[in-house]
Design a protein around this ligand. Sequence first.
Ligand code: URA
Length: 265
Amino acid sequence: MLTIRQLAVQALSNLPVQGQTTLPVDAEARAILRNWLLAARRGTTAAPAPAPVAADSMLQTVEQKLAWLQQKAESWRAARALGTLRDTMVFATGNPHARLMLVGEAPGYEEEQQLEPFVGPAGQKLTQILSAMGLKRSDVYISNICKFRPSMGPQQLKANRAPSDDEIAACLPIIQAEIRAIQPACIVCLGGTAARGLLGHAASVASQRGKWFDYSGIPTRVTYHPSYLLRNDTLTARRSVWEDMLAVMQQLSMPISQKQLNFFK
Ligand code: URA
């Protein structure tokens, strides 16, 4: 019996013969194909691609869809089967009706303690950036590409690490379903890990920031992670993030004061 992977490979292999050398695919398909490619490079069989999350069509409100998703995420087998992520699931925070959605990397020590994304030092930096934009945390929706803190073994204590490609791929259907539920007008990827997961971009943040990308029809910006600003508290880094946020404000038709325009002039 053929697996779905073998079927897809057969179909894709026929395309060049038929003269087709490119194929537009959505973010979910890209994540599944990338998972297969990475496994092929490692010479292993790809972990079964996690099933896309399809919220029950009976669920009407965004709140209902998110509650359902949160419950699904709690027992998300693709992530738990890896054995490399910690047990506690940290979902999302903020306004389900937000026009702006911010996507980070994965919960860290503080987030795991408080069961809320971005509540540690990086979170305080993010709250400051939002405040400079005239926004409160409760005005936006804040989530992570990976819903579990990546494990570093029994000696981990407060140390954190970035999620691996496998960990990102395992959790990806959850954030994709959150985006479908929230339908934000604009997404900001905070750092390269979020951009890698959502957009499939492996390039540096420096080369991605300053422009718009498209995630399933939603204007998406990539900027430095707040923890990068904590490590590199330079005028250049702060100005870069602020320029990205001004572009986001413009995209959302938010009022921009002269003071905000001139922050770094
Ligand atoms: N860094 C992230 O990317 N997400 C969090 O929730 C906390 C720190």
